[in-house]
Design a protein around this ligand. Structure first.
Ligand code: ADP
Ligand code: ZN
Ligand code: ZN
Length: 719
C-alpha cells in the first residue's frame, strides 16, 4: 500500500499541513491527484510518498480513523522540480504563508490548473496583408506601417494590444502558427560602449567579488545599465544564465529594448503575459533555450539550471515586495537562489534602501560606486515654501514660480510633467500658522484624522486622541487638514492656460493598462503639453522634450505614519527630478513643500543621498525601526467579532516574548461582514521571530474559525 501525504490546493494557513491518502499503485512525489476532502472532490499536491506492507484495515486500526483512496492522478510527470519544491518549502517558512500558495506563485497558471499539457512547439506570429485600404485612424496606420512579421506574444508586446486587435479585425494583419525556432544567443558586439574607468572598476569588482550580494550604487545616468549589459555578456561566455529583474515592465520599455539590442535571444517574463505566454517562456528557460531573462519579481522563481548572476535594477522599488499572500520579497528569494547556484546578486540603485546601503557599508555586501553622470548635467532644483506662498496670497496648488515656468516651457514648445505626490496620502491635522503636525506621544508618528468619528488615531499603536482646540506648539486655532487630487490640479491648470493641451494619468483616470500606454504615447508624440499625474509617472519615463518637472505636495508623504514614508518620499522626489532635462536641454525641477527645511527635501535639493541616509538612519535607530529591527504583521479576520476578539487575546499571549516589542492588537475595520485585526511584532532576531510565529500559527490556527488573511514579514506598508 502506498501512503501519500498531500496538500489540498485551496490554500489557507488554517489547513497548511498534509493529509494522508492511500493508493494501490505507485504515485510520484510532485504530481497532483484528486481526492475527496470534506466530501468534495479536490485537487491535491503529492508531497511525500511511502510504501508500507499493510492493508487499509490494518492502517486504519493503527491510526484510529478512516483512510481514503485517492480518486485519480492528474499529472503524468511531477509539475515542479525538486529544487523549486525545496524553494517553496523555504518560502512558506520565511513568509509564514501556506505551502500551496508558495507553490502556486512559482508556477505559470497552465501548470496550476487542470490542463492538458500544451504539447505544441509552435508560436503565434503575425503578418501583414498588402491591402491596407480600409479607413484606419492615423495611429493605427502608423502601427500598421511599422509592423513587421513578428512573434505576437514577444515582439508585438510593445504595441498596445487594442490596436493589434483592431488591425486583426480589419483583416489587414493575420495570425499564423509556426514551429518555434531556437536561436543561439548571439551577442551584438558592436553596440557595446567601452566602459569608463568607474564602470570598469565596478564591472571587474563585481566579477571578482567574494560576496554573494553586491551593491552597484550609481547616480542616475551614471551608466549602471551599461554595466549590467557587460556583466550579462561575461556570464554568457561562462555558459551561465542571467536574470535581470526590473520593477514594472510597462514602465521600463527602454531597458528591454537595450537588452534585446545586445542579445538576440531574451525571455521577457512579467504579469501582463497571458498564461500561454508565461508557459512558453517558462519552458524556454527550463529547456535552456534562452539564457537571458528580463522580468518582474515573479521571474525570480523561473526554473533556472545554471544561474550565474541576478541583477536587480532599481532595487529600492517597492514592486519587488508582493503584498498579498505569499508576501515575499523578490530580493530575499534572489539571495537564496544565488546561494543555491553559487551565483552573484547585483543590487543596483541611485537611492538604495537604507537596509541595503547599511549592509554594504558594514561589509555584508560588496559596494561599488558610480559617482559621475555620463553627460555630467544635473537639473536645476528650486524649492518653494508653500507656507510663504499662501501668506503672500498665492495658491498652494500651483505656485507663482511654477506657473511662470510652465508658461516659459509652453512658449518654447517644450513639455512639462506635474507630479502630485499621493504616496501614503492620508489626512493629518496641521497648524496653518506654524506648520506643525499633530503626533502620537508614544510613537512619534503623525496621527491620522478620522472624519466620521472626529478623532485622531495612531496607525502604529492604535491610541486615539481628541482633536485639540488649538495648536499645542503655537496656540493657533487654525488647524486644518489639506488635500487635493489630480483632477483639481488639471482644472486649475486649465484656468491658467486655456490653450494648453493637458493630460491626466492616475489610477482613477485610466482603469486599464492600455489607457496608460495611450496617454504616454500621445505625450511622447507631443499631443500633450502638460502631463499631470501621481507617482505613477515618476519612473522610467524618458522624454527629451520634458524640461520642467513640478512636484506638488512634495512633503505630504512625510506626514504619513508609516515608518518608511520618508524613504519612499525621498525616492519619489529623486526619481521625479531625474525626469527633467534628460537630453541636451537643461531641465528644471520645482518642488513645492510645506516644510522646505525638512531633511528629505533638503537632501533632494542637494541631490545628496548620504545626507538623507545618515539623518534617517539616526532616527530609525532611536525608534528601533528597520533596518535596526524586523517587523512581522499578522492580519486576521472573522465574521464573528466576539470570537475574533477572544482569539486575539489568546494570540496576543502566545506571541508574547520578552525579546520582542508588541504593539496592542489593532482593530482595522469591518468589510463585507468580516472584522479585521492586526497584530504587530518587532524584534531584532528575525530567525527567532519566524520560528515563534510559525509555531503559533501551526499550533493555534489549524482548524480554527478565525482565519489569517496574511502574515507580512517586514512589511513595506501597514494596513
Ligand atoms: P543608468 O542606468 O545609471 O541610469 P545608463 O546606463 O542608462 O545609466 O547610461 C546613461 C546614458 O549614458 C545612456 O544613454 C548610455 O547609453 C550612456 N552610456 C553609459 N555608459 C557609457 C559609456 N561607457 N560610454 C558611452 N556612453 C555610455
Ligand atoms: Zn501651530
Ligand atoms: Zn502611537
Amino acid at each position: 500500500m502506498y501512503l501519500l501525504d498531500v496538500y489540498v490546493t485551496n490554500a489557507s494557513l488554517n489547513i497548511n499541513r498534509t493529509f494522508t491518502y492511500l493508493s494501490d499503485y505507485e504515485v510520484k512525489r510532485g504530481v497532483r491527484v484528486d481526492v475527496l476532502f470534506n466530501n468534495k472532490k479536490t485537487m491535491a499536491f503529492v508531497y511525500n510518498v511511502s510504501f508500507i506492507e499493510k492493508s487499509k484495515e490494518e492502517l486504519e486500526s493503527e491510526c484510529g480513523y478512516k483512510l481514503n483512496y485517492i480518486l485519480n492522478v492528474v499529472d503524468e510527470k511531477p509539475i515542479i522540480s525538486e529544487d523549486l519544491l525545496e524553494l517553496s518549502l523555504w518560502l512558506s517558512k520565511v513568509t509564514i504563508s501556506p505551502f500551496i500558495s508558495c507553490l502556486n506563485v512559482m508556477l505559470p497558471k497552465t501548470l496550476k490548473i487542470r490542463h492538458e499539457y500544451i504539447k505544441s512547439r509552435k508560436e503565434t506570429r503575425i503578418k501583414k496583408h498588402d491591402n491596407a485600404d480600409i479607413s484606419m485612424t492615423k495611429r493605427q496606420l502608423e502601427v500598421y506601417d511599422e509592423l513587421e512579421d513578428c512573434m505576437l506574444y514577444g515582439d508585438a508586446l510593445k504595441i498596445s494590444p487594442s490596436i493589434i486587435k483592431k488591425l486583426l479585425d480589419y483583416g489587414v494583419i493575420e495570425k499564423y502558427e509556426e514551429d518555434i525556432k531556437y536561436n543561439e544567443t548571439v551577442v551584438d558586439k558592436t553596440s557595446f560602449n567601452k566602459l569608463n574607468k568607474e564602470q570598469s572598476m565596478a564591472y571587474e569588482g563585481i566579477i571578482s567579488s567574494d560576496k554573494y550580494v553586491n551593491l552597484l550604487y550609481g547616480v542616475m545616468g551614471s551608466g549602471k545599465t551599461e554595466v549590467y549589459l557587460h556583466l550579462t555578456r561575461y556570464y554568457l561566455t561562462l555558459n551561465k544564465q542571467v536574470l535581470i529583474l526590473v520593477p514594472e515592465i510597462s514602465l521600463t520599455p527602454q531597458m528591454i529594448k537595450r537588452v534585446k539590442q545586445r542579445f538576440n535571444n531574451v525571455a521577457i517574463y512579467h504579469s501582463y503575459l497571458n498564461d500561454n505566454e508565461k508557459y512558453y517562456e517558462y519552458n524556454r528557460v527550463k529547456n535552456r533555450e534562452v539564457d537571458v531573462v528580463v522580468g518582474t519579481r515573479s521571474a525570480v522563481f523561473l526554473p533556472f539550471s545554471n544561474l550565474g548572476i541576478i541583477i536587480i535594477d532599481e532595487e529600492h522599488d517597492h514592486s519587488y515586495k508582493q503584498d498579498n499572500v505569499p508576501c515575499y520579497n523578490a530580493k530575499m528569494v534572489a539571495f537564496k537562489r544565488a546561494k543555491d547556484f553559487d551565483a552573484k546578486v547585483v543590487l543596483a540603485s541611485a537611492t538604495p534602501t537604507l537596509e541595503t546601503y547599511s549592509r554594504a557599508l558594514r561589509g555584508d555586501y560588496g559596494l561599488f560606486k558610480l559617482n559621475n553622470r555620463i553627460n555630467n548635467t544635473l537639473p536645476e532644483i528650486e524649492v518653494i515654501d508653500l507656507q510663504d506662498e499662501v501668506k503672500k496670497g498665492g495658491s498652494y496648488i500651483i505656485s507663482e514660480d511654477l506657473k511662470n515656468e510652465i508658461r516659459n516651457v509652453l512658449n518654447s514648445n517644450e513639455q512639462s510633467i506635474i507630479i502630485l505626490n499621493r504616496r501614503g496620502y492620508s489626512p493629518v491635522i496641521k497648524c496653518a500658522d506654524c506648520g506643525s503636525v499633530l503626533m502620537c506621544n508614544d510613537c512619534d508618528t503623525p496621527l491620522n484624522y478620522h472624519k466620521d468619528e472626529n478623532i485622531m488615531k495612531c496607525h502604529i499603536c492604535s491610541r486615539t486622541y481628541k482633536v485639540p482646540a488649538m495648536c499645542p506648539r503655537c496656540g493657533s486655532k487654525k488647524l486644518l487638514h489639506y488635500g487635493f487630487g489630480t483632477k483639481r490640479v488639471v482644472e486649475y491648470l486649465e484656468e491658467l492656460f486655456p490653450d494648453a493641451r493637458i493630460g491626466r494619468m492616475d489610477a482613477d483616470s485610466t482603469s486599464t493598462k492600455n489607457g496608460h500606454e495611450m496617454i504616454l504615447e500621445s505625450f511622447e508624440r507631443h499631443e500633450i503639453d502638460i502631463l499631470v499625474g501621481t507617482q505613477m509617472i515618476s519612473k522610467g519615463l524618458d522624454y527629451p522634450l520634458v524640461t520642467l518637472v513640478g512636484i506638488l505636495n512634495a512633503d505630504s508623504g512625510l506626514l504619513h505614519s508609516d515608518y518608511n514614508s520618508t524613504e519612499s518620499t525621498f525616492d519619489l522626489l529623486m526619481q521625479s527630478s531625474g525626469r527633467s532635462g534628460r537630453s541636451v536641454k537643461n531641465g528644471k525641477v520645482i518642488i513645492q513643500a510645506f516644510n522646505p527645511e525638512h531633511y528629505v527635501v533638503e537632501a533632494v535639493k542637494r541631490q545628496d543621498y548620504e545626507l538623507f541616509f545618515n539623518t534617517e538612519m539616526n532616527l530609525r535607530k532611536k525608534a528601533m525601526y528597520p533596518p535596526y529591527a524586523h517587523m512581522i504583521a499578522l492580519y486576521l479576520k472573522d465574521s464573528n467579532l466576539k470570537r475574533l476578539e477572544d482569539s486575539i487575546i489568546i494570540l496576543d499571549k502566545l506571541t508574547d516574548n520578552t525579546e520582542f516589542k508588541k504593539y496592542r492588537p489593532m482593530m482595522l475595520n469591518r468589510i463585507s461582514g468580516f472584522s479585521r485585526y492586526r497584530i504587530l511584532i518587532k524584534g531584532k532576531d528575525l530567525a527567532k521571530m519566524l520560528i515563534e510565529i510559525n509555531n503559533v500559527v501551526e499550533k493555534y490556527l489549524n482548524n480554527k474559525n478565525v482565519s489569517v488573511i496574511k502574515v507580512d514579514v517586514n512589511p513595506l506598508y501597514l494596513e
